[in-house]
Write a protein that binds this ligand. Structure first.
Ligand SMILES: [Zn+2]
Length: 479
Protein backbone atom coordinates (compact mmCIF):
# COMPACT_ATOMS: atom_id res chain seq x y z
CA UNK A 1 0.00 0.00 0.00
CA UNK A 2 1.33 3.36 -0.93
CA UNK A 3 2.37 5.61 1.93
CA UNK A 4 0.41 8.39 0.30
CA UNK A 5 -3.00 9.36 1.40
CA UNK A 6 -5.42 7.16 -0.44
CA UNK A 7 -8.77 8.52 -1.26
CA UNK A 8 -11.48 6.04 -2.13
CA UNK A 9 -12.72 6.34 -5.65
CA UNK A 10 -15.71 8.59 -5.62
CA UNK A 11 -18.50 7.75 -7.98
CA UNK A 12 -18.83 10.91 -10.01
CA UNK A 13 -22.23 11.74 -11.39
CA UNK A 14 -22.38 10.05 -14.78
CA UNK A 15 -23.64 12.46 -17.36
CA UNK A 16 -25.31 11.54 -20.57
CA UNK A 17 -23.13 11.54 -23.64
CA UNK A 18 -22.65 13.03 -26.15
CA UNK A 19 -20.45 15.68 -24.71
CA UNK A 20 -21.10 19.35 -25.12
CA UNK A 21 -24.75 19.12 -24.34
CA UNK A 22 -25.43 21.00 -21.13
CA UNK A 23 -26.08 18.55 -18.35
CA UNK A 24 -27.11 19.38 -14.83
CA UNK A 25 -24.34 18.18 -12.56
CA UNK A 26 -24.52 18.72 -8.89
CA UNK A 27 -21.40 19.51 -6.94
CA UNK A 28 -19.71 16.36 -5.73
CA UNK A 29 -19.53 15.66 -2.03
CA UNK A 30 -15.78 16.17 -2.05
CA UNK A 31 -16.03 19.47 -3.84
CA UNK A 32 -14.72 21.39 -0.89
CA UNK A 33 -11.57 19.31 -0.59
CA UNK A 34 -8.23 20.75 -1.49
CA UNK A 35 -7.36 23.97 0.20
CA UNK A 36 -3.68 23.22 0.61
CA UNK A 37 -1.02 25.30 -1.05
CA UNK A 38 0.45 22.30 -2.78
CA UNK A 39 -1.32 20.12 -5.25
CA UNK A 40 -1.53 16.36 -5.47
CA UNK A 41 -0.95 14.85 -8.90
CA UNK A 42 -3.43 12.66 -10.66
CA UNK A 43 -1.75 9.31 -10.17
CA UNK A 44 -2.69 6.02 -11.69
CA UNK A 45 -1.58 2.85 -10.00
CA UNK A 46 -3.03 0.04 -12.02
CA UNK A 47 -1.68 -2.58 -9.70
CA UNK A 48 -3.07 -1.16 -6.47
CA UNK A 49 -5.45 -3.88 -5.29
CA UNK A 50 -7.17 -1.61 -2.82
CA UNK A 51 -7.88 1.15 -5.21
CA UNK A 52 -11.29 -0.10 -6.04
CA UNK A 53 -12.61 -0.53 -2.52
CA UNK A 54 -13.11 2.22 -0.01
CA UNK A 55 -11.10 1.43 3.07
CA UNK A 56 -11.77 2.73 6.56
CA UNK A 57 -10.15 5.95 7.56
CA UNK A 58 -9.47 7.26 4.09
CA UNK A 59 -12.60 9.22 3.47
CA UNK A 60 -13.02 12.88 2.72
CA UNK A 61 -10.84 14.94 4.98
CA UNK A 62 -8.00 12.40 4.98
CA UNK A 63 -5.72 14.87 3.23
CA UNK A 64 -6.28 18.33 1.94
CA UNK A 65 -5.67 17.57 -1.68
CA UNK A 66 -6.25 13.87 -2.02
CA UNK A 67 -4.16 11.80 -4.34
CA UNK A 68 -6.26 9.64 -6.55
CA UNK A 69 -4.41 6.36 -6.90
CA UNK A 70 -6.56 4.85 -9.56
CA UNK A 71 -9.80 5.14 -11.34
CA UNK A 72 -10.63 1.78 -9.80
CA UNK A 73 -13.00 -0.68 -11.37
CA UNK A 74 -15.32 0.68 -13.97
CA UNK A 75 -18.05 2.63 -12.28
CA UNK A 76 -21.51 3.15 -13.57
CA UNK A 77 -23.26 1.58 -16.54
CA UNK A 78 -21.11 0.58 -19.48
CA UNK A 79 -21.23 2.76 -22.54
CA UNK A 80 -22.71 1.37 -25.71
CA UNK A 81 -20.18 -0.85 -27.48
CA UNK A 82 -18.37 1.13 -30.15
CA UNK A 83 -18.24 0.27 -33.81
CA UNK A 84 -15.62 -2.34 -34.64
CA UNK A 85 -14.00 -0.22 -37.33
CA UNK A 86 -12.74 3.36 -37.12
CA UNK A 87 -9.60 4.74 -35.55
CA UNK A 88 -9.72 2.58 -32.42
CA UNK A 89 -10.20 -0.70 -34.26
CA UNK A 90 -6.67 -1.72 -33.35
CA UNK A 91 -7.55 -1.55 -29.67
CA UNK A 92 -10.82 -3.38 -29.12
CA UNK A 93 -12.72 -2.35 -26.04
CA UNK A 94 -10.67 0.79 -25.63
CA UNK A 95 -13.38 3.42 -26.25
CA UNK A 96 -15.62 1.90 -23.62
CA UNK A 97 -12.83 1.61 -21.09
CA UNK A 98 -11.71 5.18 -21.73
CA UNK A 99 -15.16 6.66 -21.46
CA UNK A 100 -16.05 4.80 -18.29
CA UNK A 101 -12.80 5.38 -16.46
CA UNK A 102 -12.50 9.01 -17.54
CA UNK A 103 -15.72 9.65 -15.63
CA UNK A 104 -14.20 8.16 -12.53
CA UNK A 105 -10.97 10.13 -12.93
CA UNK A 106 -12.71 13.44 -13.59
CA UNK A 107 -13.02 14.22 -9.89
CA UNK A 108 -9.26 13.94 -9.39
CA UNK A 109 -8.65 16.11 -12.44
CA UNK A 110 -11.08 18.71 -11.13
CA UNK A 111 -9.25 18.82 -7.79
CA UNK A 112 -5.92 18.94 -9.58
CA UNK A 113 -7.07 21.92 -11.65
CA UNK A 114 -8.25 23.71 -8.51
CA UNK A 115 -4.98 22.97 -6.72
CA UNK A 116 -2.89 24.20 -9.65
CA UNK A 117 -4.96 27.39 -9.82
CA UNK A 118 -4.23 27.95 -6.13
CA UNK A 119 -0.55 28.25 -7.02
CA UNK A 120 -0.48 31.74 -8.51
CA UNK A 121 1.87 32.06 -11.47
CA UNK A 122 1.80 35.40 -13.28
CA UNK A 123 4.14 35.86 -16.26
CA UNK A 124 7.45 37.30 -15.08
CA UNK A 125 7.30 35.96 -11.51
CA UNK A 126 10.13 33.43 -11.77
CA UNK A 127 10.01 32.05 -8.19
CA UNK A 128 6.31 31.26 -8.42
CA UNK A 129 6.58 29.89 -11.95
CA UNK A 130 9.45 27.66 -10.84
CA UNK A 131 7.45 26.35 -7.90
CA UNK A 132 4.57 25.50 -10.20
CA UNK A 133 6.93 23.92 -12.75
CA UNK A 134 8.19 21.59 -10.01
CA UNK A 135 4.64 20.69 -9.05
CA UNK A 136 3.66 20.00 -12.66
CA UNK A 137 6.77 17.93 -13.28
CA UNK A 138 5.94 15.77 -10.25
CA UNK A 139 2.41 15.20 -11.52
CA UNK A 140 3.48 14.27 -15.02
CA UNK A 141 6.31 12.07 -13.74
CA UNK A 142 3.73 10.09 -11.79
CA UNK A 143 2.10 9.20 -15.12
CA UNK A 144 5.34 7.87 -16.58
CA UNK A 145 6.97 10.98 -18.04
CA UNK A 146 10.57 11.99 -17.86
CA UNK A 147 10.75 15.67 -16.95
CA UNK A 148 13.38 18.26 -17.72
CA UNK A 149 13.35 21.85 -16.51
CA UNK A 150 14.92 24.42 -18.73
CA UNK A 151 15.86 27.76 -17.21
CA UNK A 152 14.38 30.87 -18.76
CA UNK A 153 14.95 34.52 -17.87
CA UNK A 154 11.43 34.82 -16.45
CA UNK A 155 10.92 31.34 -15.02
CA UNK A 156 11.71 27.75 -15.92
CA UNK A 157 10.07 26.02 -18.84
CA UNK A 158 9.30 22.31 -18.78
CA UNK A 159 9.94 19.59 -21.29
CA UNK A 160 8.29 16.22 -20.68
CA UNK A 161 8.42 12.99 -22.60
CA UNK A 162 6.39 9.80 -22.57
CA UNK A 163 7.95 7.02 -24.61
CA UNK A 164 5.66 5.49 -27.17
CA UNK A 165 5.02 1.86 -28.02
CA UNK A 166 6.69 2.48 -31.36
CA UNK A 167 9.66 4.71 -30.69
CA UNK A 168 10.65 4.79 -34.34
CA UNK A 169 7.67 6.99 -35.19
CA UNK A 170 7.95 10.79 -35.26
CA UNK A 171 6.80 12.25 -31.96
CA UNK A 172 3.54 13.97 -31.19
CA UNK A 173 4.12 17.43 -29.73
CA UNK A 174 1.79 18.98 -27.16
CA UNK A 175 2.25 22.64 -26.22
CA UNK A 176 1.09 24.40 -23.07
CA UNK A 177 2.08 27.12 -20.65
CA UNK A 178 1.99 27.59 -16.89
CA UNK A 179 2.00 31.38 -16.68
CA UNK A 180 -1.25 33.30 -16.29
CA UNK A 181 -2.31 36.91 -16.78
CA UNK A 182 -3.37 37.22 -13.12
CA UNK A 183 -1.18 39.13 -10.65
CA UNK A 184 -0.27 37.67 -7.27
CA UNK A 185 -3.02 38.34 -4.74
CA UNK A 186 -5.89 37.80 -7.19
CA UNK A 187 -6.87 34.72 -5.17
CA UNK A 188 -7.58 36.88 -2.13
CA UNK A 189 -10.69 38.42 -3.61
CA UNK A 190 -11.34 35.69 -6.18
CA UNK A 191 -10.68 32.29 -4.62
CA UNK A 192 -10.99 29.07 -6.56
CA UNK A 193 -14.56 27.93 -6.04
CA UNK A 194 -16.94 25.35 -7.35
CA UNK A 195 -20.64 25.76 -7.71
CA UNK A 196 -23.38 24.37 -9.90
CA UNK A 197 -21.02 22.37 -12.06
CA UNK A 198 -18.67 25.30 -12.66
CA UNK A 199 -15.13 25.69 -11.36
CA UNK A 200 -13.95 29.29 -11.32
CA UNK A 201 -10.70 30.98 -10.34
CA UNK A 202 -7.73 32.77 -11.89
CA UNK A 203 -6.15 30.62 -14.58
CA UNK A 204 -8.54 27.65 -14.37
CA UNK A 205 -9.21 27.67 -18.10
CA UNK A 206 -6.03 29.41 -19.31
CA UNK A 207 -4.60 26.94 -18.81
CA UNK A 208 -4.37 25.04 -15.54
CA UNK A 209 -7.43 23.07 -16.62
CA UNK A 210 -5.70 22.01 -19.84
CA UNK A 211 -2.62 20.84 -17.95
CA UNK A 212 -4.78 18.89 -15.49
CA UNK A 213 -6.78 17.27 -18.31
CA UNK A 214 -3.60 16.11 -20.03
CA UNK A 215 -2.27 14.72 -16.75
CA UNK A 216 -5.58 12.93 -16.36
CA UNK A 217 -5.34 11.49 -19.89
CA UNK A 218 -1.90 10.02 -19.18
CA UNK A 219 -3.04 8.77 -15.78
CA UNK A 220 -5.91 7.07 -17.56
CA UNK A 221 -3.63 5.39 -20.07
CA UNK A 222 -1.32 4.23 -17.28
CA UNK A 223 -4.34 2.95 -15.42
CA UNK A 224 -5.31 0.85 -18.43
CA UNK A 225 -1.75 -0.41 -18.80
CA UNK A 226 -1.35 1.51 -22.08
CA UNK A 227 1.51 3.57 -23.39
CA UNK A 228 0.93 6.23 -26.00
CA UNK A 229 1.15 4.85 -29.52
CA UNK A 230 4.04 7.13 -30.42
CA UNK A 231 6.35 9.16 -28.23
CA UNK A 232 4.69 12.26 -26.86
CA UNK A 233 6.59 15.39 -25.91
CA UNK A 234 5.04 18.23 -23.95
CA UNK A 235 6.52 21.72 -23.83
CA UNK A 236 5.19 23.94 -21.02
CA UNK A 237 6.51 27.49 -21.39
CA UNK A 238 6.58 30.14 -18.68
CA UNK A 239 6.01 33.20 -20.88
CA UNK A 240 3.17 32.43 -23.29
CA UNK A 241 0.98 35.24 -22.04
CA UNK A 242 3.61 37.79 -23.05
CA UNK A 243 4.20 36.29 -26.49
CA UNK A 244 6.65 33.47 -25.57
CA UNK A 245 9.74 35.64 -26.17
CA UNK A 246 11.95 32.92 -24.63
CA UNK A 247 9.67 29.86 -24.67
CA UNK A 248 9.40 30.06 -28.41
CA UNK A 249 12.86 28.53 -28.80
CA UNK A 250 11.75 25.37 -26.96
CA UNK A 251 8.63 25.05 -29.08
CA UNK A 252 10.74 25.69 -32.16
CA UNK A 253 13.22 22.97 -31.17
CA UNK A 254 10.53 20.36 -30.52
CA UNK A 255 8.71 21.09 -33.76
CA UNK A 256 11.54 19.46 -35.67
CA UNK A 257 10.37 16.06 -36.80
CA UNK A 258 7.00 16.27 -35.07
CA UNK A 259 4.17 14.34 -36.70
CA UNK A 260 1.52 16.73 -35.38
CA UNK A 261 1.03 19.40 -32.75
CA UNK A 262 -1.77 19.69 -30.18
CA UNK A 263 -2.43 22.79 -28.07
CA UNK A 264 -3.82 22.75 -24.53
CA UNK A 265 -5.47 26.16 -24.80
CA UNK A 266 -9.20 26.20 -24.10
CA UNK A 267 -11.52 25.34 -26.98
CA UNK A 268 -14.24 27.65 -28.21
CA UNK A 269 -16.87 28.12 -25.48
CA UNK A 270 -19.10 25.55 -27.23
CA UNK A 271 -16.26 23.01 -27.08
CA UNK A 272 -15.13 23.21 -30.71
CA UNK A 273 -11.41 22.80 -31.31
CA UNK A 274 -9.32 25.58 -32.84
CA UNK A 275 -8.25 24.98 -36.42
CA UNK A 276 -6.59 28.32 -37.23
CA UNK A 277 -5.43 31.44 -35.42
CA UNK A 278 -4.89 35.01 -36.48
CA UNK A 279 -1.37 36.35 -36.55
CA UNK A 280 -0.46 38.86 -33.87
CA UNK A 281 2.30 41.46 -33.56
CA UNK A 282 3.16 43.99 -30.91
CA UNK A 283 4.97 47.01 -32.30
CA UNK A 284 6.53 50.03 -30.60
CA UNK A 285 6.91 53.33 -32.44
CA UNK A 286 9.45 55.66 -30.89
CA UNK A 287 9.67 59.23 -32.11
CA UNK A 288 12.53 61.56 -31.29
CA UNK A 289 12.24 65.31 -31.84
CA UNK A 290 14.05 68.31 -30.37
CA UNK A 291 13.06 70.10 -27.17
CA UNK A 292 12.72 73.86 -27.14
CA UNK A 293 10.90 76.65 -25.25
CA UNK A 294 7.39 76.56 -26.63
CA UNK A 295 7.07 80.37 -26.42
CA UNK A 296 10.47 81.85 -27.12
CA UNK A 297 12.07 79.32 -29.43
CA UNK A 298 9.24 77.19 -30.82
CA UNK A 299 10.79 77.32 -34.27
CA UNK A 300 13.94 75.70 -32.89
CA UNK A 301 12.01 72.70 -31.63
CA UNK A 302 10.74 69.59 -33.37
CA UNK A 303 7.69 68.17 -31.63
CA UNK A 304 7.86 64.41 -31.15
CA UNK A 305 4.22 64.43 -30.05
CA UNK A 306 3.05 66.14 -33.24
CA UNK A 307 5.14 63.74 -35.26
CA UNK A 308 3.72 60.72 -33.41
CA UNK A 309 0.15 61.90 -33.93
CA UNK A 310 0.78 62.28 -37.66
CA UNK A 311 2.48 58.90 -37.78
CA UNK A 312 -0.47 57.25 -36.06
CA UNK A 313 -2.83 58.70 -38.63
CA UNK A 314 -0.58 57.30 -41.34
CA UNK A 315 -0.38 53.91 -39.59
CA UNK A 316 -4.15 53.78 -39.33
CA UNK A 317 -4.25 54.16 -43.08
CA UNK A 318 -1.70 51.38 -43.57
CA UNK A 319 -3.63 49.03 -41.33
CA UNK A 320 -6.93 49.83 -42.97
CA UNK A 321 -7.07 46.77 -45.19
CA UNK A 322 -8.99 43.52 -45.15
CA UNK A 323 -7.73 41.03 -42.61
CA UNK A 324 -5.83 43.54 -40.48
CA UNK A 325 -6.87 45.08 -37.18
CA UNK A 326 -5.00 47.80 -35.31
CA UNK A 327 -5.23 48.75 -31.68
CA UNK A 328 -3.21 51.79 -30.60
CA UNK A 329 -3.01 50.41 -27.09
CA UNK A 330 -0.77 52.95 -25.37
CA UNK A 331 0.76 56.32 -26.20
CA UNK A 332 2.99 58.59 -24.18
CA UNK A 333 5.31 61.51 -24.74
CA UNK A 334 6.36 65.03 -23.88
CA UNK A 335 6.97 66.60 -20.50
CA UNK A 336 5.24 69.99 -20.04
CA UNK A 337 2.92 72.35 -21.87
CA UNK A 338 5.63 74.96 -22.37
CA UNK A 339 8.22 72.52 -23.74
CA UNK A 340 8.21 71.24 -27.31
CA UNK A 341 8.16 67.47 -26.81
CA UNK A 342 11.47 65.75 -27.47
CA UNK A 343 10.21 62.20 -27.28
CA UNK A 344 7.01 60.21 -27.73
CA UNK A 345 6.10 56.59 -28.23
CA UNK A 346 3.17 54.32 -28.96
CA UNK A 347 2.59 50.61 -28.53
CA UNK A 348 0.44 49.03 -31.19
CA UNK A 349 -1.34 45.68 -31.18
CA UNK A 350 -1.97 44.25 -34.62
CA UNK A 351 -3.99 41.20 -35.66
CA UNK A 352 -3.79 39.56 -39.06
CA UNK A 353 -6.01 37.11 -40.87
CA UNK A 354 -3.26 36.03 -43.24
CA UNK A 355 0.51 35.78 -43.35
CA UNK A 356 0.45 38.05 -46.39
CA UNK A 357 -1.40 40.83 -44.54
CA UNK A 358 1.02 40.48 -41.63
CA UNK A 359 4.13 40.62 -43.82
CA UNK A 360 2.85 43.58 -45.83
CA UNK A 361 1.85 45.60 -42.78
CA UNK A 362 5.07 44.90 -40.85
CA UNK A 363 7.11 45.82 -43.97
CA UNK A 364 5.21 49.09 -44.25
CA UNK A 365 5.71 49.88 -40.57
CA UNK A 366 9.43 49.18 -40.86
CA UNK A 367 9.62 51.74 -43.66
CA UNK A 368 7.95 54.56 -41.75
CA UNK A 369 9.89 57.78 -42.26
CA UNK A 370 9.67 61.04 -40.36
CA UNK A 371 7.24 63.56 -41.83
CA UNK A 372 9.00 66.67 -40.51
CA UNK A 373 12.65 67.66 -40.74
CA UNK A 374 14.63 66.90 -37.60
CA UNK A 375 12.34 64.13 -36.34
CA UNK A 376 13.26 60.45 -36.20
CA UNK A 377 10.93 57.47 -36.16
CA UNK A 378 11.93 54.01 -35.04
CA UNK A 379 9.81 50.85 -35.38
CA UNK A 380 10.44 47.81 -33.16
CA UNK A 381 8.54 44.54 -33.35
CA UNK A 382 8.30 43.52 -29.68
CA UNK A 383 6.74 40.13 -30.34
CA UNK A 384 5.15 38.47 -33.30
CA UNK A 385 3.23 35.32 -33.96
CA UNK A 386 2.61 34.30 -37.55
CA UNK A 387 -0.91 33.76 -38.81
CA UNK A 388 -1.99 30.11 -38.82
CA UNK A 389 -4.36 29.88 -41.75
CA UNK A 390 -7.35 27.61 -41.98
CA UNK A 391 -6.80 24.66 -44.30
CA UNK A 392 -9.43 23.33 -46.63
CA UNK A 393 -8.50 19.72 -45.91
CA UNK A 394 -7.84 19.01 -42.27
CA UNK A 395 -7.08 15.30 -41.81
CA UNK A 396 -6.10 15.81 -38.17
CA UNK A 397 -9.47 17.35 -37.36
CA UNK A 398 -11.16 14.55 -39.29
CA UNK A 399 -9.28 11.99 -37.23
CA UNK A 400 -10.15 13.65 -33.92
CA UNK A 401 -13.77 14.02 -34.97
CA UNK A 402 -14.07 10.36 -35.74
CA UNK A 403 -12.32 9.42 -32.49
CA UNK A 404 -14.79 11.61 -30.64
CA UNK A 405 -17.67 9.91 -32.43
CA UNK A 406 -16.40 6.50 -31.35
CA UNK A 407 -16.40 7.84 -27.78
CA UNK A 408 -19.98 9.03 -28.19
CA UNK A 409 -19.01 12.69 -28.44
CA UNK A 410 -19.85 15.27 -31.05
CA UNK A 411 -16.96 17.53 -31.84
CA UNK A 412 -15.97 19.98 -34.53
CA UNK A 413 -13.48 22.78 -35.04
CA UNK A 414 -13.29 26.39 -36.14
CA UNK A 415 -10.80 29.28 -36.44
CA UNK A 416 -9.92 31.42 -33.41
CA UNK A 417 -9.26 35.13 -33.07
CA UNK A 418 -6.47 35.02 -30.51
CA UNK A 419 -2.89 33.90 -31.02
CA UNK A 420 -0.82 31.33 -29.12
CA UNK A 421 2.10 28.97 -29.41
CA UNK A 422 0.26 26.81 -31.95
CA UNK A 423 0.51 29.70 -34.41
CA UNK A 424 4.08 28.65 -35.09
CA UNK A 425 3.50 25.06 -36.26
CA UNK A 426 0.18 26.02 -37.85
CA UNK A 427 1.82 28.77 -39.90
CA UNK A 428 4.34 26.24 -41.23
CA UNK A 429 1.74 23.81 -42.42
CA UNK A 430 2.38 21.22 -39.70
CA UNK A 431 -0.79 19.31 -38.78
CA UNK A 432 -1.93 21.36 -35.79
CA UNK A 433 -5.03 21.55 -33.62
CA UNK A 434 -5.59 23.63 -30.51
CA UNK A 435 -8.32 23.75 -27.89
CA UNK A 436 -7.66 20.41 -26.16
CA UNK A 437 -7.88 22.10 -22.77
CA UNK A 438 -10.84 22.32 -20.44
CA UNK A 439 -14.19 23.51 -21.78
CA UNK A 440 -15.50 26.78 -20.39
CA UNK A 441 -15.15 30.49 -21.04
CA UNK A 442 -13.76 33.78 -19.83
CA UNK A 443 -10.00 33.46 -20.38
CA UNK A 444 -8.28 36.66 -19.14
CA UNK A 445 -11.57 37.81 -17.59
CA UNK A 446 -13.10 37.73 -14.13
CA UNK A 447 -15.70 35.22 -15.23
CA UNK A 448 -13.03 32.68 -16.21
CA UNK A 449 -14.43 29.21 -15.51
CA UNK A 450 -14.49 25.60 -16.64
CA UNK A 451 -17.41 23.21 -16.95
CA UNK A 452 -16.92 20.21 -14.70
CA UNK A 453 -19.22 17.96 -16.71
CA UNK A 454 -16.92 18.39 -19.71
CA UNK A 455 -13.77 17.14 -17.97
CA UNK A 456 -14.45 13.43 -18.47
CA UNK A 457 -15.14 13.66 -22.21
CA UNK A 458 -11.95 15.69 -22.69
CA UNK A 459 -9.84 13.27 -20.68
CA UNK A 460 -11.19 10.34 -22.69
CA UNK A 461 -10.69 12.12 -26.00
CA UNK A 462 -7.08 13.08 -25.30
CA UNK A 463 -6.27 9.62 -23.97
CA UNK A 464 -7.75 8.05 -27.11
CA UNK A 465 -5.83 10.42 -29.35
CA UNK A 466 -2.59 9.54 -27.60
CA UNK A 467 -3.27 5.80 -27.63
CA UNK A 468 -4.21 5.11 -31.24
CA UNK A 469 -2.16 5.46 -34.42
CA UNK A 470 -2.38 8.72 -36.31
CA UNK A 471 -3.55 8.56 -39.92
CA UNK A 472 -1.54 10.17 -42.72
CA UNK A 473 -1.81 13.87 -41.99
CA UNK A 474 0.24 15.78 -44.50
CA UNK A 475 -1.64 17.63 -47.18
CA UNK A 476 0.62 16.32 -49.89
CA UNK A 477 -0.12 12.76 -48.83
CA UNK A 478 -3.76 13.38 -49.50
CA UNK A 479 -3.39 12.72 -53.22
ZN1 LIG B 1 -3.29 30.34 -22.66
Amino acid sequence: MSPRTVRPPVAEPVTTEPALTPAAVSASPDAAAGTAATAAPVVAEPSDPEAGAPSPGTGAGAGAAGTVPSAGPAAGPAAAPPAADGPTAALPGLPQALTTRARTLAGAVRRRCADLARIESPSGDAPRLNALAEELAAGFRATGATAHREAGPAGDHLLLQWDGQDESLPHLLVVGHHDTVWPVGTLEDWPVTEQDGILTGPGVIDMKGGLAVLEGAFALLADLGQRPHRTVRLVVVSDEEVGSPDGRRLVERQLRGAAAVLGLEPPHPDGRLKTARRGSSRVRLTVTGREAHAGNDAAEGVSAVDELVDQLVAVRGLACQPGTELNAGRISGGTRANVVAGRAEAELGLRFATAEAQRRTLDNLARLAALRPGARVRTEVLSSRPAWPERAANPLLRHVRSLAAVLGQQLDGGPAGGAGDTNLPGSRGLPTLDGFGAVGAGAHARHEHIRIDQLAPRIALLAALLAVPLPRLRDRAEG
